[in-house]
Design a protein around this ligand. Structure first.
Ligand SMILES: Cc1ncc(COP(=O)(O)O)c(C=O)c1O
Length: 395
């Protein structure tokens, strides 16, 4: 029995892969023929191109975004005894990366309307041990660069951006990855710039940090069989992955623009549903928001709850997601950090009310309208009309 394809999947990569399918095959074949599988030419080319595209001086390709955080922080000299600020609502990898560097993570609450770290709360969390802040440019929107720099200057903090969801995002004329001393990106396939497997990169403005990360990703070796970094591991961006990323990078601005247009359409159409308590996350950065995710809040004014709404979407063959349902500080694995429910009210409330709608370049206006009409129908608690029922017939 074949499974029916959803009318609106959460993410669909076929649209971006189809036009470059032959180029991808040719690039992979070239690596196969050259045989430079580890730290080959495509990796170096991508490191340079991606750093240039963001405004950073150096790029060091690693195995995944989590490794970029862990190795990058260590290369910045952050480790045991240092406190590092991070938002409570982020993907758990931000926390794991900080813990792996040996530093102590200190959670900070977020702004309910943007889901980004609350910089006033961050300032209040600074102690004599605080060495760094890891802002997360969540859902594709950057934390204010000027706000971050002010905070960093006032408290002598290093800024290490988690830009895993913000490839080529921009705010106040600065791109994600160029705000602070260093930044981490992920190339997980569904990211705005995705590989065909795992991948990541550390960007930095400082040569020494780049050099140290290069050594850390390669068993702590500065040259073959000569090891200077005890924290070294094996985490290199694969040449095959880099060859695909090189093909995709020039297309990324267009893909981001397409995401932004879909988001604007969602925003406009959802205005009519504000009275039902459906509120999109606020965009404070205009065209610079790259909408890795399009997230709405189902507030207490909404006549139906999130689970019911998701069910209606499912009935309309629309996939949705929650990013993220449990905040990091309340995850069972991290109880040893001793945070309690109620520690970060805004983040905890957000986890209950957020819903991510389908978002990917190539998504059509008709698909977005289908999503909106399903939400409208759900919140107005209308029965499914005949036309909808017919449209719902498996294709
Ligand atoms: C905010 C954030 N940080 C870090 C990561 C980790 O990246 P990776 O999955 O490549 O290790 C991700 C990716 O999922 C992420 O969304």
């Amino acid at each position: 029995m074949t499974q029916s394809v959803p009318k609106v999947p959460f993410v669909d990569l076929t649209w971006q892969h189809e036009p470059i399918r032959d180029d991808i095959h040719a690039a992979l074949t070239a690596v196969l023929e050259q045989g430079d599988f580890v730290l080959g030419g495509a990796v170096k080319a991508f490191e340079t191109a991606f750093a240039e595209a963001t405004g950073a001086a150096y790029g060091v390709g690693v195995g995944c975004g989590t490794d970029a955080i862990a190795l990058g922080l260590a290369a910045c000299g952050i480790g045991p005894g240092d406190e590092v600020l991070l938002p409570a609502n982020t993907f758990v990898a931000t926390l794991i990366g900080i813990l792996r560097s040996g530093a102590t993570p200190i959670f900070v609450d977020c702004d309910r309307h943007t889901a980004l770290i609350d910089l006033a709360a961050a300032a209040a969390a600074v102690t004599a041990q605080t060495r760094a802040i890891v802002p997360v440019h969540l859902y594709g929107q950057m934390v204010s660069p000027s706000g971050l720099r002010q905070l960093a200057t006032a408290h002598d903090l290093l800024i290490f951006e988690d830009a895993a969801q913000a490839h080529l995002a921009e705010r106040e004329g600065i791109r994600a990855g160029a705000v602070g001393t260093a930044a981490a990106f992920s190339f997980y396939p569904s990211k705005n710039l995705g590989a065909i497997g795992d991948g990541g990169i550390l960007l930095t403005q400082e040569e020494l940090i780049a050099q140290t990360t290069r050594s850390l990703r390669n068993y702590g070796a500065v040259r073959k069989y000569f090891h200077t970094e005890p924290g070294g591991t094996n985490s290199r961006l694969d040449t095959l992955q880099a060859s695909v990323l090189n093909l995709k990078l020039p297309r990324l601005p267009g893909w981001n623009q397409a995401r932004n247009q879909i988001a604007q359409h969602y925003d406009q159409q959802l205005l009519a549903l504000r009275e039902f308590g459906i509120i999109p996350m606020r965009n404070d950065s205009g065209a610079g928001h790259v909408y890795h995710l399009y997230v709405i809040r189902i507030t207490e004014d909404c006549p139906i709850d999130r689970t019911a709404l998701q069910l209606v979407l499912q009935e309309h063959q629309i996939q949705s997601g929650i990013h993220y349902p449990v905040p990091c500080h309340l995850q069972p694995a991290f109880q040893f950090l001793n945070y309690q429910p109620g520690s970060f009210p805004q983040s905890e409330a957000l986890c209950q009310e957020i819903l991510s709608l389908p978002m990917y370049p190539g998504m059509t206006t008709e698909q977005a309208d289908w999503v909106i009409s399903a939400i409208a129908q759900a919140v107005r608690q209308e029965p499914i009309c005949e036309e909808t029922a017919t449209a719902l017939q498996p294709q």
